[in-house]
Write a protein that binds this ligand. Structure first.
Ligand SMILES: Nc1nc2c(ncn2[C@@H]2O[C@H](COP(=O)(O)OP(=O)(O)O)[C@@H](O)[C@H]2O)c(=O)[nH]1
Ligand SMILES: [Mg+2]
Length: 295
C-alpha cells in the first residue's frame, strides 16, 4: 500500500517546471498512445486514469473515427488530461495499411495533426505535403507508447512492419517507444515479449486492462499502471540529462516535418515505380499477345 501511495504522489506532483526540458521550452508531456484498432488503446487510457485518480470506473476513451468524403477520411486525435504535466492521446492505429495511411499515423505521432479536431487526411500527395508543412508548432514532449494485444501473436511479416514503425516512431519523437502487451492472459506473453526485445525494444509491460466488463480494483493492477507512468517519467528525466542530443520545440518540430516529408517522398516514388512497372508489364503482355497471333 505504501508503494502505491508513493507512486501516486510522485506522478501527481511531477512537473516539468525547473527541469532542463522546461528550459528548452517544453510545456507538457504528451503520452502518444498508438497501435492497431481493437488492441486496447482506449482501455489502456481508461486504466491509467482509473488507477491514478480512482473514483467510479468510467469509459472516458472510446474509439473516435468517422468515414468522410472528399477523397479522404476524417479522424480525431482525442486528448485526456491526466495531470498538469501529462496528457494522454488516443491516436489512430496502423494496420495492414497502405502507405498513405501510414503517413497519417506518423503525422499524428509527430504531433503534426491537431488534437481534438476533425481532420480530413487527403489522398492527394500535394495536399498532404501542404498539411505537414503548415502544421502548427506545439511545445509538447512526445512520448510514444505502442499497444499490442497478446491475443494476436506476431507473425514474421508483421514483425518487420512493426519494427519499421517503431524505429520511425523513435526517430520522430526521440524516445524508444514503451511497449504495452494487453490481454496478457489470452496468449503466449513470453514469446511476444521476446519478439519485441528482438526488434530492439527495452521497456515492455504486460497488462490486463480495466474494462467495462472487469474493473474491480486490485493493488497489483493499480501498481502495474502507475509503474508504467512512473517509468515513462523516468525516460523523460533520462532524456533531460542528455539534452545535448535534444533540440528546442522548434528544432524538433522542424526535424519531424523533414522526416515526414522524406517518408512521404519515398512512398510517392514507390507508387510511381509500381505504376511504371504495371504499365510496362501491360505493354509486354500486349506485345506477347500480338506476336502469338502471327505464329
Ligand atoms: N481481456 C481483456 N480485454 C481487453 C483488454 N484491453 C481491451 N480489452 C477489450 O478489447 C476490446 C477493444 O479494446 P479498445 O480499448 O476499444 O481497443 P482500441 O480499438 O485499441 O481502442 C474491448 O472490448 C475491450 O474491453 C485487456 O487487457 N484484457
Ligand atoms: Mg479506441
Amino acid at each position: 500500500m505504501e508503494d502505491l501511495v508513493n507512486l501516486r504522489e510522485k506522478i501527481l506532483s511531477y512537473s516539468l517546471e525547473s527541469s532542463e526540458m522546461a528550459t528548452l521550452g517544453y510545456n507538457r508531456i504528451l503520452v502518444q498512445v498508438c497501435g492497431q484498432t481493437g488492441h486496447g488503446k482506449s482501455s489502456f487510457i481508461n486504466s491509467l486514469i482509473y488507477a491514478l485518480h480512482g473514483g467510479m470506473f468510467e469509459v472516458k476513451a472510446s474509439e473516435a473515427s468517422a468515414t468522410g468524403s472528399q477523397g479522404g477520411h476524417t479522424r480525431q486525435r482525442k486528448s485526456y488530461h491526466l495531470t498538469d504535466a501529462i496528457t494522454l492521446v488516443d491516436n489512430r492505429g496502423f494496420g495492414k495499411a497502405d502507405n498513405c495511411e501510414k503517413e497519417e499515423v506518423y503525422a499524428q505521432l509527430g504531433n503534426l495533426q491537431p488534437l481534438d479536431e476533425e481532420v480530413v487526411w487527403r489522398n492527394s500527395y500535394d495536399e498532404r505535403m501542404k498539411a505537414i508543412t503548415k502544421a502548427n508548432l506545439i511545445k509538447d514532449l512526445l512520448l510514444p507508447v505502442f499497444i499490442y494485444s497478446v491475443q494476436c501473436g506476431m507473425g514474421n511479416e508483421s514483425k518487420e512492419e512493426i519494427k519499421e514503425f517503431l524505429k520511425n516512431a523513435q526517430k520522430l519523437t526521440g524516445f524508444l517507444p514503451v511497449i504495452i502487451l494487453t490481454k496478457r492472459y489470452l496468449g503466449n506473453v513470453g514469446t511476444l515479449e521476446r519478439q519485441f526485445r528482438e526488434i530492439g525494444m527495452e521497456r515492455i509491460f504486460p497488462v490486463e486492462n480495466y474494462t467495462s466488463e472487469d474493473h474491480i480494483k486490485t493493488p497489483e493492477k493499480d501498481k502495474t499502471f502507475l509503474s508504467i507512468l512512473h517509468e515513462a517519467l523516468d525516460l523523460v528525466k533520462f532524456r533531460s540529462h542528455a539534452t545535448s542530443s535534444f533540440g528546442t520545440p522548434e528544432e524538433e518540430h522542424q526535424k519531424r516535418v523533414q522526416i515526414l516529408l522524406h517518408i512521404a517522398h519515398m512512398n510517392e516514388k514507390e507508387r510511381d515505380t509500381k505504376k511504371l512497372k504495371n504499365e510496362w508489364d501491360k505493354e509486354q503482355e500486349e506485345k506477347n499477345k500480338k506476336s502469338c497471333r502471327f505464329l
